[in-house]
Design a protein around this ligand. Structure first.
Ligand code: SF4
Ligand code: SF4
Length: 460
């Protein structure tokens, strides 16, 4: 049965803040962004929610759609699921117990760190690697942006995605089962996930391989971080070790680069950064890389430590988590001494449904039409300057040519062509300028000394 054919995204562009600098247009790995009539437009069928545009925007004009913290008050049982990278945002002077206690004081009745049942994930992936008959490696499903990327750009690799649920999903099942067993009413329980990135918000809104997520809402780590920091010094920390007794060395580092691969005693590769992931996926699809059994791909450079919603520097987050992990037992050791019984029932819930390819058909699904449009794009390319300046509102000349072939853009969008037409007397200067105003907005041509240029951005 096909699941969730729709991608729901979590990005909102604020037209008032946007200065149409095209940084987002140029950085988007799937060429999903255009400037149209003075506004940024995100083409939903192309966006994989990697968050690169949010990171690149010098104006903070791309906002994320998450839930307000006050939403937890709609529920009697308020569960918070947070990833270890969230804990690592806090200054060293705060203990784990101080942060856990502060979260309880904020109103959460159940505090849970999501990387606790990862031993289950590890076992399932090991079995999949062992039984893989395909020429391609098994690919981790951990990063939702990578899963979406594979669906649209590398559809032939879709069936190699592990289909194991993300730790927060598995934790949500675990905690809901536990609360039910304790007699708490599921209708009165809200499960809120503190997400480090845009992709995980989108995955909660429209999970791949499932019809709906069991997570109630998503909370911004920045808002929650500020809330914790505003009360933490005035509260008495309680002993909360019992709340993280299933946490292990491996769990704490699961969301970092190599978090999934260093468990597997077979040939693995861990790649972070979406542009790096694209290069590797291309080489795998072209049969240029052989013999890899398991591929861990993460959209962010340094994986979840670099989640675009986290307030702390990614390198400091990695260092802090590695330091923390040293204080915890290894999962292998723990399962020998205590057994994994607590989580064993989750094995039946660990897999998502089928993950379907959603190939991005650049020129439409009609083969004959697609061939003719492709030829049209080639012809158009002969006339474009080929310098990929993005002054047309598309990321590259090729993208503009394809938009034109698909009747989504016009030759006059190219400023070089406009200049040529003016020189040849085909278009009066006034008309050419009006077209530019229409694309970029009337005020775009006024002097503005508050602009943030690339040089200034590096100081931010
Ligand atoms: S990067 Fe530039 S064009 Fe894109 S949303 Fe931000 S300000 Fe607007
Ligand atoms: S989230 Fe990623 S894929 Fe989506 S528009 Fe932004 S950069 Fe492009």
């Amino acid at each position: 049965m096909p699941y969730n054919q729709e991608f729901i995204h979590a990005l909102i562009v604020d037209d008032q803040k946007c200065i149409r600098c095209t940084h987002c247009v140029k950085i988007c790995p799937t060429e999903a962004i255009r400037i149209v009539n003075g506004s940024v437009v995100i083409r939903e069928e192309r966006c994989v929610d990697c968050g690169e545009c949010v990171r690149a925007c010098p104006q903070g004009a791309i906002d994320i759609d998450h839930d307000d913290l006050s939403r937890i008050n709609e529920y009697k049982n308020k569960v918070i699921l947070f990833p270890s990278v969230f804990w690592a945002q806090f200054p060293d002077r705060l203990s784990e117990d101080q942060v856990y206690t502060a979260l309880q004081k904020i109103g959460f009745t159940h505090v849970y760190e999501v990387e606790q049942p990862i031993a289950v994930l590890k076992n399932v992936v090991r079995k999949q690697i062992k039984s893989n008959q395909s020429e391609y490696p098994i690919i981790s499903s951990f990063c939702p942006a990578i899963v979406r990327l594979i669906q649209i750009r590398y559809p032939s690799l879709t069936e190699n995605i592990t289909r194991v649920k993300a730790p927060h999903d598995l934790s949500a099942h675990y905690i809901l089962d536990k609360l039910s067993a304790d007699g708490l009413d599921p209708a009165e329980t809200g499960v809120f996930y503190v997400t480090p990135c845009v992709a995980k918000i989108a995955a909660v809104k429209s999970p791949v391989g499932e019809n709906r997520s069991i997570i109630t809402g998503v909370i911004s780590p920045k808002d929650l971080f500020n809330k914790v920091m505003s009360i933490v010094d005035d509260i008495q920390a309680e002993d909360c070790r019992y709340l993280r007794k299933e946490l292990t060395k491996e769990g704490i580092q699961w969301s970092l680069t190599h978090g999934e691969t260093w468990w597997q005693n077979t040939r693995t590769m861990a790649v972070d950064g979406i542009h790096n992931a694209i290069k590797i996926l291309e080489r795998i699809e072209n049969d240029e890389i052989a013999g890899i059994d398991f591929l861990e791909l993460r959209a962010c450079d340094r994986s979840c430590a670099a989640g675009v919603l986290l307030p702390q520097n990614r390198f400091l987050t990695v260092e802090k988590l590695k330091r923390r992990a040293k204080r915890y037992p290894s999962a292998e050791k723990k399962s020998q001494t205590e057994g994994d019984e607590r989580f064993m029932h989750l094995e039946s819930k660990v897999l998502t449904g089928e993950i379907n390819p959603r190939p991005l058909l650049r020129f439409g699904s009609d083969m004959e039409m697609a061939m003719s449009r492709m030829q049209r794009a080639r012809n158009i390319m002969c006339h474009l300057p080929g310098i990929d300046c993005a002054a047309c509102g598309a990321p590259t000349c090729q993208a503009l040519a394809e938009d034109m072939a698909n009747r989504k853009a016009k030759m006059s969008d190219c400023i070089f062509i406009q200049q040529l037409w003016q020189k040849n007397g085909k278009v009066p200067a006034e008309k050419a300028f009006k077209r530019m105003e229409k694309k970029w907005g009337e005020k775009r041509f006024d002097p503005d000394c508050t602009k943030i240029g690339a040089k200034n951005e590096t100081n931010r």
